[in-house]
Design a protein around this ligand. Sequence first.
Ligand SMILES: [Fe+2]
Length: 344
Amino acid sequence: MERKLSYLIVDDDRSIVKLLSEVLTLQPYTFQVFSAFSAEEALSTLEKETVDILIVDILLPGMSGIDLVREAFRKHSDLSAIMVSGYADIEKVRQALKLGVYDYIIKPINIEEFLHTIGRLVEHIHLLDEKKLYVQTLESKVKEATDNLAHLFYEILSSTIYILEARDVNTLRHSQDVTWYGELLGKELGLSDTELEKLRIGGILHDIGKVGIKDEILFKPSKLTPEEYTIVKQHPLIGKKILYPIGQFDKDILDIVYSHHEYWDGNGYPEGKRGEAIPKLARIIAIADAYSAMVAERVYKKAKTPAEALSELKRCAGTQFDPDLVPLFCSMIEKNLFSSKGDL
Ligand SMILES: [Fe+2]
């Protein structure tokens, strides 16, 4: 439904203000009519009230009608204006039109002509409203479609992790554990819901690049040769390549996948980034990843106890891991280990 509009009539001639006010109040598309007898008074009304259309006499005492319109447009971008002028002020009217004033009427005011001009402006505003609504609807539909697509994409990728599970059940369990620990640390840090969601997705997908590593290397029960280790170290880059083509894929999630093996001191891979140049979410997942890997049993290694894993994290704080995050993570795990729940 078309909205009703509010007016502000500004003229130092009180009889004109009264006349226009009465005429406008009777119109079906009018919501409210305000009046002011000077530019200063008009500006203070604009601060307090919602006005759609300004009807301004060009000649006002003090600040001129043109200056009023300029100031009003600067402060209220949705405002429309109509100038009222005598024949002698046509040059000023031209200036006003340049400022974006919709139209003007000449004194003495012919009411029929006035209402016709106002009617055209009201129609114009309603058309702009419709256009705005259309753009908003379109934007929200595009956003919804994009969100659905991104969600579908996450789902597909998360299922890809099952491909890894088919090769080795430990991978899936590991990804879930990393997500769990990463999210706990994220909450401890007071991250926003959006960042926590990114941590969850990044945690599940962090090793997605391992789909590109051969089984003989990935699941080798004995120590890797330097050449094999070089191949394993490609998994962050492969992961990034898998995710990268999807333009709207979130950069923070991409960072987790790409940078979760960077070391605080710059000795990690793939880029050797150091310190805070490593994205924060990737630094969180790096700790969660290491802890989860240490406390898990593998064919080629025994599980460390939580206490052993925590002391290893502490030993590597400032070299491998973010020295500010490690104490937080450790105290969080210790607290949970000795709590009645003991759910870690
Ligand atoms: Fe990894």
